[in-house]
Design a binder for this molecule. Structure first.
Ligand code: GLA
Length: 702
């Protein structure tokens, strides 16, 4: 029997252990907010993606000297070097990476190490062929390329744990390693092998608990697809005719997105445990929609993404890139982020993709990231590779290491950033306008794309660009985000809604917000099943409309005529509106529904709902809509901007830092209404400020 003292001691010890556990559990969670500049020792994170293993060691010192001269203080290393780190199963060699780090650290350059799991060694595939994913025809991929692994292969997960644990342990106390990037661009492929099928069945079971609930939710009575055992549930693999139940397909998209998050979490937990105090991130892909970034990024300390504006042909069209930045920022509650791969040269693999950009554009694009909330820029890559698939993907330097014009532009920006770090620190991009991105709707449109030319991302861009042309910043929100700080929420084609989202939107409008909805909103419930309410379904009451007919036409020309008699060409889809409590703001001019409303405005509670039942063909039409919205919602629009010129702002302590960016090849003038100070030159700029071609001005009120 234990004495009283022994019992007391035992209790105290267990209380101590419990406290320790709680503390370590706390240490496992990512922080609520993260300051990248503090993390990097007070410096703006300015770096390059560097692959020392691709170059002779004699080159490393020369590289570090050139980097330091350009103001580079950061590198990302190691992300594909698994075979060099673990040449033989379970035997690790980090000596080469230690030597590279030493050279870089001496020149004031800190590192994030990439866990190398995106590129498993050939010996791992040879030993465990089932680490490779299976395509939808049941054929396993084979070794080659990268990122073709199965997220549920036990051999791959074991190998992941081993290499990540070894790296984390080795670099645990390394002062020159400040963080981790997990894997590389998590995304495709979707794997259709038996591991993934069993995992999907388990996922469904956890979600629906009973088969009755699943069968009901998915409507499996259709085509007799009712499941009587969990093991009968298929993956949406290739079948004759190709059509899977859209409810199954949507859950499978969610499952795959969750699987990527779980894989990332698996690595994050090892890293947090074995190398505490180092930040963890991943390189996301902006507008890529195979994954719900608002979920994927939850286990990370901060968001990083890969920004390649040169995928568009029109380099002066900045909205797509801006939206990418804003979506990435929004995916983690608007915390400042970094660009882990910023365009540093012309992209290409087997061919060059695009035309060369003026050197100044690379700097302007990097400043655009800063303007949208980046506290870190890392160019992909330091130098173009001599080898492999990416011989045509230009780095800042070409293979000959000549300090070319891109290097000069990068160096110029390095100096400037060092100068304005104090000003930028703590400032954020803020906005009264939010664009609601619904991952469920995006996926549901992939599954059933509506009509030939429908594009959810284009819908987002059309509204986004109109606000940006009026110099209004836009935050991106997700269904689970906090809506309360916004005056306007634009939710284009909000196809899939659940009761929680409907209630949040109702609350937002009732309290005075302005909500903009567009065609095909409120059509599906959270199971991707069509509502039996009159459209726009659960959103109909707040929109004050009823849709009893629609016309999906991609070829026929249609127009909306607004209250001022102005005509707006329209396309893709035409919802024919009956007004219940709303008023018409525009009517169709053609066809059997000429004269019927196509756009409406409803007062609901203290706020308003605008419904646009079509897609307008001209950007000017969206600009006019934004003007009307500003009036209704009490928004202040900024100066009007010439095409190819962007005005973006970060704010700190109520003060604004303006970024005026000229992506065109001509000087441009903008009227800002007052003289401002240019913090890059220290000079005053007149109210009519002019920006040279491909240049940037960073302005504050002195
Ligand atoms: C992606 C990857 C990089 C590199 C570039 C260029 O963004 O993350 O590793 O492959 O593309 O192809």
């Amino acid at each position: 029997m234990k004495t009283r003292v022994e019992v007391m001691v035992a209790l105290l010890v267990s209380a101590f252990i419990l406290t320790l556990c709680a503390a370590s559990a706390q240490a496992q969670a990512p922080p609520k907010s993260f300051d990248l500049i503090d993390w990097n020792g007070g410096k703006f994170v300015y770096g390059v993606d560097y692959y020392p293993e691709h170059w002779d060691e004699v080159q490393w010192e020369r590289d570090a000297v050139m980097m330091q001269a350009a103001g580079i203080n950061f590198v990302r290393l190691g992300e594909f070097a698994w075979v060099k780190m673990e040449p033989v199963e379970g035997k690790f060699d980090f000596a080469w990476l230690d030597r590279a780090l030493k050279v870089l650290n001496v020149h004031g350059i800190k590192a994030v190490l990439g866990t190398p799991t995106a590129s498993p060694p050939a010996w791992l595939y040879a030993k465990f062929p089932d680490i490779a994913a299976m395509d939808e025809n049941g054929v396993r991929y084979r070794y080659g390329s990268r990122r073709n692994y199965c997220l549920h292969s036990p051999s791959f997960l074991a190998a992941t744990r081993r290499v990540v644990s070894a790296m984390a342990t080795h670099y645990r106390n390394h002062p020159g390693v400040i963080g981790w990037q997990i894997d590389n661009e998590l995304g495709d492929p979707i794997c259709y092998d038996p591991y993934c099928r069993a995992a999907f069945q388990k996922w469904c079971r956890a979600k629906y608990k009973t088969l009755e609930a699943l069968n009901k939710a998915w409507g499996t009575i259709f085509w007799g697809h009712t499941y009587l055992a969990w093991t009968e549930i298929p993956l949406p693999w290739n079948t004759l005719g190709g059509a899977h139940n859209p409810s199954l397909a949507l859950d499978h998209r969610r499952f795959h997105s969750d699987a990527m998050r779980d894989y990332l979490k698996l690595q994050a937990e090892i890293l947090r445990k074995l190398s505490p105090g180092k930040a963890i991130t991943h390189n996301d892909m902006g507008m890529y929609d195979g994954v719900d970034y608002s979920q994927l990024n939850a286990p990370l300390d901060f968001v990083a993404w890969d920004n390649y504006p040169m995928f568009g042909e029109n380099y002066s069209d900045y909205a797509g890139t801006g939206l990418g930045h804003d979506l990435m920022r929004g995916s983690k509650n608007n915390q400042n982020f970094m660009v882990m791969e910023e365009q540093g040269g012309l992209p290409g693999w087997d061919i060059f993709w695009g035309r060369q950009a003026a050197p100044g554009l690379y700097r302007a694009w990097a400043y655009q990231a800063v303007a949208h909330g980046a506290d870190g820029i890392c160019y992909f890559r330091w130098r173009t590779s001599r080898y492999g698939t990416e011989q045509y993907w230009q780095g800042v330097l070409d293979q000959d290491s000549y300090p070319n014009a891109r290097y000069q532009a990068v160096s110029q920006m390095g100096k400037e950033l060092a100068q304005i770090t104090g000003l930028l620190k703590g400032s954020k991009a803020v906005s009264p306008v939010a664009l609601l991105v619904s991952p469920d709707s995006r996926w549901a449109f992939h599954i059933q794309p509506l009509v030939k030319d429908f594009d959810y991302n284009r819908q987002l861009r059309l509204y986004y660009s109109a606000f940006r042309r009026a110099s209004v910043g836009v935050n991106v929100v997700f269904p689970q985000s906090d809506f309360t700080s916004y005056k306007v929420i634009v939710a284009p084609s909000l196809f899939v809604v659940d009761p929680a989202l409907v209630a949040k939107l109702e609350d937002f409008v009732k309290k005075g917000g302005t909500l903009v909805l567009s065609y095909r909103s409120g059509v599906k419930d959270e199971h991707n099943v069509v509502t039996n309410q009159t459209l726009p379904g659960p959103l109909a009451e707040m929109a004050g409309i009823a849709i009893h007919d629609f016309d999906p036409q991609t070829n026929q020309e249609q127009e909306l005529e607004d209250g001022e008699g102005e005509r707006h060409p329209a396309r893709i889809w035409f919802d024919i509106l009956d007004l219940t409590t709303a008023g018409s703001i525009a009517t169709y001019t053609k066809g059997y529904y000429a004269g019927k409303p196509g756009a409406s405005f409803n007062q609901y509670g203290q706020g308003h709902v605008v419904y646009l039942g079509t897609e307008l063909s001209k950007s000017e039409s969206y600009s006019k809509l934004v003007g009307a919205l500003a009036e209704a919602a009490g928004l202040t629009l900024g100066p009007s901007l010439p095409e190819g010129v962007e005005l973006a702002a970060r704010e700190k302590d109520g003060k604004r830092i303006l970024f005026l960016l000229n992506y065109t090849d001509k000087p441009q003038t903008v009227s800002l209404g007052q003289a401002l100070q240019n913090v890059l030159t220290g000079q005053s700029e007149p109210a009519e400020v002019s920006v040279p071609a491909f240049d940037v001005k960073v302005l504050v009120n002195p």
